[in-house]
Design a protein around this ligand. Structure first.
Ligand code: PHB
Ligand code: FE
Length: 327
Protein backbone atom coordinates (compact mmCIF):
# COMPACT_ATOMS: atom_id res chain seq x y z
CA UNK A 1 0.00 0.00 0.00
CA UNK A 2 1.35 3.43 -0.84
CA UNK A 3 0.22 6.34 1.24
CA UNK A 4 -0.19 9.59 -0.64
CA UNK A 5 1.10 12.55 1.37
CA UNK A 6 -0.22 16.02 0.62
CA UNK A 7 2.86 18.24 0.40
CA UNK A 8 0.80 21.44 0.35
CA UNK A 9 2.10 22.54 -3.05
CA UNK A 10 0.25 25.40 -4.75
CA UNK A 11 -1.43 24.51 -8.02
CA UNK A 12 0.16 27.41 -9.88
CA UNK A 13 3.67 28.84 -9.78
CA UNK A 14 4.34 32.44 -8.70
CA UNK A 15 5.77 35.18 -10.93
CA UNK A 16 9.31 33.88 -10.42
CA UNK A 17 8.37 30.34 -11.43
CA UNK A 18 8.37 28.69 -7.99
CA UNK A 19 5.56 26.78 -6.30
CA UNK A 20 4.41 27.84 -2.84
CA UNK A 21 3.96 25.34 -0.02
CA UNK A 22 1.94 24.95 3.17
CA UNK A 23 2.58 22.67 6.15
CA UNK A 24 0.06 23.06 8.97
CA UNK A 25 -0.19 26.82 9.48
CA UNK A 26 3.30 27.44 8.09
CA UNK A 27 3.61 28.85 4.57
CA UNK A 28 6.71 28.84 2.35
CA UNK A 29 7.39 31.04 -0.65
CA UNK A 30 10.54 31.96 -2.59
CA UNK A 31 11.45 34.59 -5.14
CA UNK A 32 14.73 35.34 -6.93
CA UNK A 33 16.75 36.05 -3.78
CA UNK A 34 14.71 35.18 -0.72
CA UNK A 35 12.59 32.62 1.06
CA UNK A 36 9.57 33.83 3.06
CA UNK A 37 8.25 31.71 5.92
CA UNK A 38 4.88 32.66 7.41
CA UNK A 39 2.97 31.49 10.51
CA UNK A 40 -0.11 32.86 12.30
CA UNK A 41 1.80 35.36 14.46
CA UNK A 42 4.60 36.41 12.14
CA UNK A 43 6.84 35.95 9.17
CA UNK A 44 10.53 35.56 8.43
CA UNK A 45 12.94 36.01 5.51
CA UNK A 46 16.08 34.07 4.67
CA UNK A 47 18.49 34.17 1.72
CA UNK A 48 17.53 31.37 -0.69
CA UNK A 49 21.09 29.93 -0.68
CA UNK A 50 21.31 29.65 3.12
CA UNK A 51 17.77 28.29 3.35
CA UNK A 52 18.39 25.58 0.73
CA UNK A 53 21.70 24.55 2.33
CA UNK A 54 19.97 24.12 5.70
CA UNK A 55 16.95 22.39 4.18
CA UNK A 56 19.24 19.98 2.32
CA UNK A 57 20.84 18.84 5.59
CA UNK A 58 17.53 18.59 7.46
CA UNK A 59 16.13 16.37 4.68
CA UNK A 60 19.26 14.25 4.13
CA UNK A 61 19.75 13.64 7.85
CA UNK A 62 16.05 12.95 8.41
CA UNK A 63 15.89 15.79 11.00
CA UNK A 64 19.17 14.79 12.69
CA UNK A 65 19.72 14.71 16.47
CA UNK A 66 17.74 17.27 18.44
CA UNK A 67 17.34 20.72 16.95
CA UNK A 68 18.19 21.95 13.46
CA UNK A 69 18.10 25.75 13.52
CA UNK A 70 18.10 27.15 9.98
CA UNK A 71 19.06 30.45 11.62
CA UNK A 72 18.20 32.22 14.88
CA UNK A 73 14.45 31.99 14.19
CA UNK A 74 13.30 29.02 12.14
CA UNK A 75 13.95 25.30 12.53
CA UNK A 76 12.93 21.78 13.50
CA UNK A 77 13.14 19.54 16.58
CA UNK A 78 13.37 15.80 16.05
CA UNK A 79 11.23 13.61 18.29
CA UNK A 80 12.06 10.52 16.22
CA UNK A 81 8.62 9.78 14.79
CA UNK A 82 7.28 13.30 14.92
CA UNK A 83 9.00 16.63 14.31
CA UNK A 84 8.34 20.08 15.78
CA UNK A 85 8.53 22.86 13.24
CA UNK A 86 9.06 26.19 14.96
CA UNK A 87 9.60 29.92 14.57
CA UNK A 88 11.21 31.93 17.35
CA UNK A 89 11.03 29.12 19.89
CA UNK A 90 14.77 29.19 20.67
CA UNK A 91 15.02 32.96 20.44
CA UNK A 92 14.77 34.92 23.66
CA UNK A 93 13.31 38.03 22.05
CA UNK A 94 10.61 36.15 20.18
CA UNK A 95 9.68 34.25 23.35
CA UNK A 96 9.43 37.38 25.46
CA UNK A 97 7.31 39.11 22.84
CA UNK A 98 5.19 35.94 22.66
CA UNK A 99 5.73 35.81 18.92
CA UNK A 100 7.12 32.28 18.94
CA UNK A 101 5.11 29.58 17.26
CA UNK A 102 5.42 25.84 16.73
CA UNK A 103 3.57 22.79 15.49
CA UNK A 104 4.20 19.09 15.92
CA UNK A 105 3.82 17.06 12.72
CA UNK A 106 4.23 13.43 11.72
CA UNK A 107 7.71 12.83 10.30
CA UNK A 108 6.51 11.53 6.88
CA UNK A 109 4.45 14.71 6.33
CA UNK A 110 7.31 17.14 6.97
CA UNK A 111 9.82 14.86 5.21
CA UNK A 112 7.79 14.80 1.99
CA UNK A 113 6.95 18.51 2.12
CA UNK A 114 10.58 19.51 2.75
CA UNK A 115 11.77 17.19 -0.04
CA UNK A 116 9.25 18.77 -2.43
CA UNK A 117 10.35 22.33 -1.50
CA UNK A 118 14.04 21.42 -1.86
CA UNK A 119 13.48 19.93 -5.29
CA UNK A 120 11.23 22.73 -6.55
CA UNK A 121 13.41 25.59 -5.29
CA UNK A 122 16.87 24.26 -6.24
CA UNK A 123 17.86 25.47 -9.72
CA UNK A 124 20.06 23.44 -12.06
CA UNK A 125 23.06 25.69 -11.26
CA UNK A 126 23.03 25.03 -7.50
CA UNK A 127 24.20 22.12 -5.36
CA UNK A 128 23.32 22.81 -1.69
CA UNK A 129 25.82 20.21 -0.44
CA UNK A 130 28.81 21.65 -2.32
CA UNK A 131 31.09 24.35 -0.96
CA UNK A 132 30.09 27.83 -2.25
CA UNK A 133 33.25 27.89 -4.36
CA UNK A 134 32.41 24.59 -6.07
CA UNK A 135 28.84 25.32 -7.11
CA UNK A 136 26.93 27.93 -9.06
CA UNK A 137 24.21 30.33 -8.03
CA UNK A 138 21.09 29.53 -5.99
CA UNK A 139 19.45 32.76 -7.13
CA UNK A 140 17.25 33.94 -9.94
CA UNK A 141 14.08 32.84 -11.67
CA UNK A 142 13.19 29.16 -11.60
CA UNK A 143 15.65 27.43 -13.90
CA UNK A 144 15.58 23.64 -14.19
CA UNK A 145 16.35 21.41 -11.23
CA UNK A 146 19.19 19.44 -9.64
CA UNK A 147 17.32 16.37 -8.46
CA UNK A 148 20.40 14.13 -8.64
CA UNK A 149 22.30 16.36 -6.21
CA UNK A 150 19.47 17.02 -3.76
CA UNK A 151 18.51 13.35 -3.47
CA UNK A 152 22.06 12.12 -2.93
CA UNK A 153 22.24 10.07 0.24
CA UNK A 154 25.00 10.10 2.76
CA UNK A 155 27.23 7.05 2.80
CA UNK A 156 26.47 4.81 5.78
CA UNK A 157 28.53 1.73 6.57
CA UNK A 158 26.96 -1.32 8.20
CA UNK A 159 30.26 -2.33 9.83
CA UNK A 160 33.42 -0.53 8.81
CA UNK A 161 34.36 0.94 5.47
CA UNK A 162 36.73 -1.49 3.76
CA UNK A 163 35.18 -4.64 5.20
CA UNK A 164 33.65 -6.79 2.48
CA UNK A 165 30.32 -5.57 1.18
CA UNK A 166 30.64 -1.99 2.34
CA UNK A 167 30.68 1.09 0.20
CA UNK A 168 34.09 2.35 -0.73
CA UNK A 169 35.13 5.67 -2.15
CA UNK A 170 38.84 5.13 -2.30
CA UNK A 171 40.26 5.20 -5.78
CA UNK A 172 40.32 7.14 -9.00
CA UNK A 173 38.00 4.54 -10.52
CA UNK A 174 35.39 5.50 -7.91
CA UNK A 175 34.65 8.65 -9.91
CA UNK A 176 35.48 10.80 -6.87
CA UNK A 177 38.63 12.83 -7.60
CA UNK A 178 40.81 14.18 -4.80
CA UNK A 179 39.51 17.61 -3.80
CA UNK A 180 41.64 20.59 -4.84
CA UNK A 181 42.34 21.49 -1.20
CA UNK A 182 43.50 17.95 -0.36
CA UNK A 183 45.98 17.55 -3.22
CA UNK A 184 48.76 16.92 -0.66
CA UNK A 185 46.97 14.03 1.08
CA UNK A 186 48.88 10.74 0.79
CA UNK A 187 46.76 8.28 -1.20
CA UNK A 188 48.58 5.11 -0.21
CA UNK A 189 46.56 2.41 1.55
CA UNK A 190 47.77 0.34 4.51
CA UNK A 191 49.12 -3.15 3.83
CA UNK A 192 47.06 -5.82 5.58
CA UNK A 193 48.50 -9.26 6.28
CA UNK A 194 45.65 -11.46 7.44
CA UNK A 195 46.01 -14.80 9.24
CA UNK A 196 44.47 -17.56 7.13
CA UNK A 197 40.84 -18.00 8.03
CA UNK A 198 40.25 -14.32 8.79
CA UNK A 199 40.12 -13.01 5.23
CA UNK A 200 37.10 -10.73 4.89
CA UNK A 201 37.12 -10.04 8.65
CA UNK A 202 40.15 -7.80 8.94
CA UNK A 203 40.37 -4.55 7.06
CA UNK A 204 42.11 -1.21 7.16
CA UNK A 205 41.92 1.86 4.99
CA UNK A 206 43.31 5.36 4.91
CA UNK A 207 40.61 7.62 6.33
CA UNK A 208 42.52 10.67 5.10
CA UNK A 209 42.60 9.36 1.51
CA UNK A 210 38.91 8.46 1.79
CA UNK A 211 37.93 11.92 3.04
CA UNK A 212 40.13 13.70 0.51
CA UNK A 213 37.68 12.47 -2.17
CA UNK A 214 34.51 13.71 -0.52
CA UNK A 215 32.58 15.95 -2.92
CA UNK A 216 30.27 17.38 -0.27
CA UNK A 217 30.72 19.64 2.73
CA UNK A 218 29.17 19.53 6.19
CA UNK A 219 27.68 16.10 5.65
CA UNK A 220 28.97 13.47 8.09
CA UNK A 221 29.11 9.97 6.62
CA UNK A 222 29.02 6.96 8.94
CA UNK A 223 32.22 4.96 8.35
CA UNK A 224 32.02 2.61 11.31
CA UNK A 225 29.25 1.35 13.55
CA UNK A 226 29.98 -0.44 16.81
CA UNK A 227 26.75 -0.86 18.79
CA UNK A 228 25.69 2.78 19.46
CA UNK A 229 29.10 4.24 18.70
CA UNK A 230 28.99 6.00 15.34
CA UNK A 231 32.16 7.39 13.76
CA UNK A 232 31.02 10.12 11.38
CA UNK A 233 33.87 11.88 9.59
CA UNK A 234 33.17 14.76 7.26
CA UNK A 235 34.86 17.43 5.18
CA UNK A 236 34.08 21.04 5.97
CA UNK A 237 34.48 24.28 4.05
CA UNK A 238 32.87 27.67 4.70
CA UNK A 239 30.02 27.67 7.27
CA UNK A 240 27.95 24.80 8.71
CA UNK A 241 24.57 25.64 7.13
CA UNK A 242 22.63 24.90 10.32
CA UNK A 243 23.01 25.85 13.97
CA UNK A 244 22.80 22.49 15.66
CA UNK A 245 21.15 22.17 19.09
CA UNK A 246 22.02 18.68 20.21
CA UNK A 247 20.02 16.38 22.49
CA UNK A 248 23.16 14.51 23.55
CA UNK A 249 26.87 15.09 24.04
CA UNK A 250 28.85 15.02 20.82
CA UNK A 251 32.62 14.68 20.40
CA UNK A 252 34.71 16.40 17.73
CA UNK A 253 38.21 15.35 16.65
CA UNK A 254 39.78 17.86 14.29
CA UNK A 255 41.68 15.71 11.80
CA UNK A 256 43.14 18.50 9.66
CA UNK A 257 43.24 22.27 9.30
CA UNK A 258 41.04 24.42 11.55
CA UNK A 259 37.39 25.07 12.47
CA UNK A 260 36.07 27.85 14.70
CA UNK A 261 32.88 26.91 16.58
CA UNK A 262 30.47 29.54 17.80
CA UNK A 263 28.75 28.02 20.83
CA UNK A 264 25.49 29.43 22.21
CA UNK A 265 22.94 28.48 24.83
CA UNK A 266 20.64 25.99 23.15
CA UNK A 267 17.39 27.55 24.33
CA UNK A 268 18.05 31.31 24.32
CA UNK A 269 20.85 31.71 21.79
CA UNK A 270 22.99 33.61 24.33
CA UNK A 271 26.68 33.41 23.41
CA UNK A 272 28.59 30.86 25.52
CA UNK A 273 31.98 30.45 23.91
CA UNK A 274 34.10 30.37 20.82
CA UNK A 275 36.12 27.18 20.35
CA UNK A 276 39.01 27.24 17.90
CA UNK A 277 39.97 23.68 16.97
CA UNK A 278 43.27 22.96 15.23
CA UNK A 279 44.41 19.66 13.75
CA UNK A 280 44.66 17.12 16.58
CA UNK A 281 42.34 18.97 18.97
CA UNK A 282 39.48 17.07 20.63
CA UNK A 283 36.39 18.64 22.17
CA UNK A 284 33.10 17.51 23.62
CA UNK A 285 30.07 19.66 22.96
CA UNK A 286 27.62 19.57 25.90
CA UNK A 287 23.98 18.63 25.39
CA UNK A 288 22.60 22.05 26.37
CA UNK A 289 24.26 24.17 23.69
CA UNK A 290 23.92 24.87 20.02
CA UNK A 291 26.84 25.34 17.69
CA UNK A 292 27.85 26.44 14.22
CA UNK A 293 31.27 25.83 12.66
CA UNK A 294 33.37 28.03 10.37
CA UNK A 295 36.07 26.37 8.27
CA UNK A 296 38.25 28.83 6.29
CA UNK A 297 39.90 26.01 4.31
CA UNK A 298 38.46 22.58 3.56
CA UNK A 299 39.14 20.55 6.68
CA UNK A 300 38.55 17.04 7.97
CA UNK A 301 36.49 16.54 11.12
CA UNK A 302 35.53 13.35 12.92
CA UNK A 303 32.16 13.65 14.64
CA UNK A 304 31.63 10.90 17.21
CA UNK A 305 28.00 10.30 18.16
CA UNK A 306 26.35 7.97 20.63
CA UNK A 307 23.26 6.93 18.66
CA UNK A 308 21.40 5.39 21.62
CA UNK A 309 17.73 6.29 21.56
CA UNK A 310 17.69 6.34 25.39
CA UNK A 311 19.99 9.34 25.72
CA UNK A 312 17.70 12.31 24.91
CA UNK A 313 15.21 11.29 27.61
CA UNK A 314 17.97 10.54 30.16
CA UNK A 315 19.45 14.01 29.64
CA UNK A 316 16.12 15.86 29.45
CA UNK A 317 15.03 14.27 32.76
CA UNK A 318 18.31 15.09 34.50
CA UNK A 319 19.20 11.41 34.92
CA UNK A 320 22.30 11.88 32.76
CA UNK A 321 24.45 15.05 32.81
CA UNK A 322 24.65 17.47 29.88
CA UNK A 323 28.45 17.14 29.88
CA UNK A 324 30.54 14.03 29.18
CA UNK A 325 33.19 13.81 31.91
CA UNK A 326 33.86 14.94 35.47
CA UNK A 327 37.50 16.01 35.97
C1 PHB B 1 27.16 19.11 14.08
O1 PHB B 1 26.12 19.71 14.21
O2 PHB B 1 27.70 18.68 15.08
C2 PHB B 1 27.78 18.88 12.76
C3 PHB B 1 26.98 18.79 11.64
C4 PHB B 1 27.57 18.59 10.41
C5 PHB B 1 28.92 18.50 10.30
C6 PHB B 1 29.72 18.61 11.42
C7 PHB B 1 29.14 18.80 12.65
O3 PHB B 1 29.48 18.32 9.11
FE1 FE C 1 26.29 19.12 16.43
Amino acid sequence: MTIQIDVGRSAAVNDDGYHEFKLGEFTFRRDEYFVYIGWPTGQHMMGADAFLRALQRDVAWDFFYGIVNFDGVFGTVNHYGTVDIFAGRYNDSYRRAELDYGENVETPAIRETFKAILDDWTNSSFDPFASPHETGSAFGLKNGNNTGAVTRRRVAAQRMVGVQGDEQVRSDESGFPVNRMFADVDQSEPVIEVEPGFEGEVAAFSLFAYLSRSNVTWNPSVVSVCKDSLACPTTEEYILPIIHGNDRVEWFIQLSDQITWEVEDRDTGAVRSRVVMKAGDVSAMPADIRHQGYSPKRSMLLVWENGSEKIPQAIASGQAPTYPVEF
